[in-house]
Design a protein around this ligand. Structure first.
Ligand SMILES: Nc1ncnc2c1ncn2[C@@H]1O[C@H](COP(=O)(O)OP(=O)(O)OP(=O)(O)O)[C@@H](O)[C@H]1O
Ligand SMILES: [Mg+2]
Length: 490
């Protein structure tokens, strides 16, 4: 009798779990699934109406349950028959979509049990989910039964041996009672050093985004034309921001950089000696610079129209490509500044960036914005719409990832600095961004100075505005006078 109850309990657990996984895995978003599903229901309805279901039962049903007996049990009410058939059909769907995960969970549970991990009351952690995150990665969620994450991390080697796959990360799920283990077929490097890519042959006007499972990913700035870098704090935005600028400078000979960083310029300080870079650290100078760049864009459009050209070509038109890179962009666009003047400046910065994002492509002017927060209050929807390239590191919320990429994928990324998703058009690629150091940026600066000195590199036009510390030519008055000029604009 015990064996019978045991069997019933096992069957019940099997049915419950398979249906649970089925409900979870049904392809709700797929139109073709819903089309087939509705078609299936229509066919079932037709079967019942024409009594085909009874004929089929007579032919293929089990011998011990004849149609006559079946009819005695369920009766002859057609609605009841339809309900049975529909339930059977839906149950079959749930089984089809749930059974594979049920098998995987069981398989992983058996492998996991080999480790002998138990809690204080000798119960084993239970695997609750095994799902494919993408082509390369599998997510295993474990109800840890009170076993802390440290213990899982200490047993990483054993876990890898048991699962036969590399572990990319072990972290808490949103509920600390669950531990999330990410397994990867592709062995992601934890760090890709910028120096290790020095021999990489970068095509003209391209910059490096990092390493994907298919190799190094680069992007042509002309095809971009603007880019947003988003992600939670400490995820690697500023490092990527700087790496992009350095790798772009390596492949693009005629380039001017305008670097706006309102966190006191700390992040872009390493570029201060670059002859073709201008660093802007405060709000007024930022708005002033954006205004000058907008004027430059208008001038370039007038030039293109007059000369019948479609876009600026640096050598032909004697104009440099311009990259306006703004770290902590949300600080520049924040509305709720304490005083009215700052709010006004911020609104103006938004307007100027909006017109640059909309039009600057043909003028050879590109925007790179890095920001932690992406909402319509921080980065205007107009600006977002005009930015086609988006690199999103891990986000704190599902909504954050959806806002940037239109997909929750960046929320489920492992907690690894530099790991992010690159989205351009409808492509989404997982990438480990290169880690560039301050020393490497400064060293490249020295190389640039030499190149400018010995004529290997030159600017095709004067800078739009100089660094506050670069006024050695006295083309511009001291920094504070620039700010006074800025005031005249408002
Ligand atoms: N590509 C990378 N590879 C390895 N480690 C990285 C990478 N990028 C960043 N890190 C590590 O993460 C730290 C934080 O990076 P970074 O300053 O770029 O973050 P952030 O996203 O700009 O943060 P915040 O929003 O606070 O400005 C770096 O100091 C470095 O140690
Ligand atoms: Mg930063």
């Amino acid at each position: 009798m015990d064996a019978f109850y045991d069997l019933i309990q096992k069957l019940f657990t099997f049915g419950f779990k398979t249906f649970y996984y089925g409900i979870k895995n049904l392809p709700y978003k797929s139109l073709s699934f819903w089309f087939l599903f509705v078609a299936g229901l229509v066919v079932m309805n037709y079967f019942v109406e024409t009594e085909t279901h009874l004929h089929l039962w007579q032919r293929y049903g089990p011998a011990f349950l004849k149609v006559e007996t079946l009819l005695k049990i369920v009766g002859t009410n057609i609605t009841v028959h339809k309900m049975f058939c529909f339930t059977l059909f839906i149950g079959l769907q749930l089984f089809i979509y749930g059974f594979p995960e049920y098998c995987k969970v069981n398989k992983f549970q058996n492998l996991f049990n080999r480790l002998g991990l138990t809690n204080g009351i000798k119960s084993k952690p239970k695997i609750t989910e095994v799902s494919d995150e993408d082509f390369n990665r599998t997510k295993v969620v474990v109800a840890n039964g009170g076993i802390g994450i440290k213990l899982f991390q200490n047993r990483q080697d054993d876990l890898e041996a048991a699962f036969g796959q590399k572990i990319e990360s072990i972290s808490h799920d949103s509920n600390p009672g669950f531990t999330k283990i990410i397994l990867s077929k592709y062995h992601w490097p934890k760090v890709v050093k910028f120096s290790s890519l020095s021999s990489f042959d970068l095509p003209k006007d391209h910059f490096i985004l990092g390493q994907s499972s298919n190799g190094i990913v680069t992007q042509n700035i002309n095809e971009l034309p603007h880019m947003l870098i988003a992600g939670t704090t400490g995820s690697g935005k500023s490092i990527l921001f700087k790496e992009i600028l350095v790798s772009l400078l390596k492949s693009s000979p005629y380039l001017q950089l305008y670097l706006i960083d309102l966190k006191g310029g700390v992040e872009v300080q390493d570029f201060k000696d670059y002859p073709n870079a201008t660093i802007v650290k405060d709000m007024k100078m930022a708005v002033f610079t954006l205004q000058l760049l907008k004027d430059e864009m208008d001038r370039r459009f007038a030039y293109l129209e007059k000369n019948g050209h479609r876009e600026i070509q640096p050598l032909r038109d004697k104009m440099d490509k311009i990259v306006i890179a703004i770290d902590e962009a949300s600080t520049l666009f924040m509305k709720n500044f304490a005083n009215q003047e700052a709010s006004g400046l911020s609104a103006r910065a938004k307007e100027l960036t909006d017109s640059l994002a909309k039009l600057a492509r043909a003028a050879g002017i590109h925007l790179i914005l890095a920001t932690q927060k992406v909402t319509k209050e921080t980065i205007d929807t107009h600006i977002q719409e005009n930015i086609s390239g988006k690199f999103c590191f891990k986000t704190n919320t599902l909504q954050g990832s959806v806002t940037v990429l239109g997909s929750g994928i960046a929320y489920s990324l492992p907690d690894i600095p530099g790991r992010g998703i690159w989205s351009l058009g409808n492509k989404l690629i997982e990438i480990q961004a290169p880690l560039i150091t301050s020393a490497e940026i400064k060293d490249f600066g020295k190389q640039l100075i030499d190149e400018f000195k010995n004529g290997e590199r030159k600017m095709l036009q004067p800078k739009i505005i100089l660094n506050q510390s670069q006024n050695e030519n006295h083309i511009l008055p001291e920094g504070d006078v620039c700010i006074k000029d800025a005031k005249k604009l408002f």
